[in-house]
Design a binder for this molecule. Sequence first.
Ligand SMILES: O=C(O)CCC(=O)C(=O)O
Ligand SMILES: [Fe+2]
Length: 304
Amino acid sequence: MKLVKEHKKFLNQLNKSNIFINNEHYNELDSQGFTILKTDETFWKKNKLDFDLIEREFEHLCSSEGIEGGWENKKKSGVNWEPSAQRVSNLPNKNPIFLKLAMLPDMLLAVDHVVKKPFKFSSMQIRNPIPFGDRQPLHIDFRPRQFDYFNYNQCTAFIYLDDADIDNGALSIYPGTHKILGEPSQKFIDSNRLKPAIVNVKKFNVVLLNIYTWHFGGKNSNGKKRRTIFVNYRERSELQQLDQKRFLSREVIEKMSENEKYLFSVRNEDPTHSTFETTYRNNYIIKKYLKIRDIFYHKYLQFI
Ligand SMILES: O=C(O)CCC(=O)C(=O)O
Ligand SMILES: [Fe+2]
């Protein structure tokens, strides 16, 4: 209960004077599993986020980190983890503008609507598809829900630095599939003749995705840029995708406000990640353990 109170306080302290998200967006998140905030340049100005600086930093980080960027979690040189896109990760540690970006009230309100429980920052990444790169496989971004009583415990915001459409590989989403339990299935799509929504967006827009909605980044057929920044938030009981206590430098943490420290879960009272679980989270036994833990947690512990 202490956490719920703390979380309410955190949300109450956000500046709500420039809120763009409305009930239609919330309804779309509920029924379709995603929504588009058709925000423009003025939205970013009102929120005091310098979009030109975000763009400049994007370019700078992509050229300085190269094709091996983005995999702080799995760092091994000489491995090209995702041949169709360049990634850069741990953005809030690399420029304060990204820390500010993670605090954008519209994104936090959307996440609160989806997760419905105290949540925290999980990771922020650049995804910069390679010209003519292939589509991603169909996927969701977390362990699947096993029963209807599981809540949605992850939500991601996609910030667009370029217009996107089918030709440069726009995100494809199967609307409403967040309600389906288990892993996504191409067989299910084929037998139910499901058609994906192609998420056509403009530069400056934000897409909010309940990550249990089946989706994939499309094929880049025309070679045009489709630069995106992902901000991922998770329920507080989960591990962060990138452990912020480990990956934010001490200087960055010291300069953070109390609200930022709360969101990033880097206060003394916030739990420290077990490096064992982080390292082996894709191991067969750990996966089995997490499956059992999930059932136990969602059935008995979630309201504590
Ligand atoms: O690039 C995109 O639009 C989607 C990427 C995505 O879903 C992912 O990397 O998990
Ligand atoms: Fe994804």
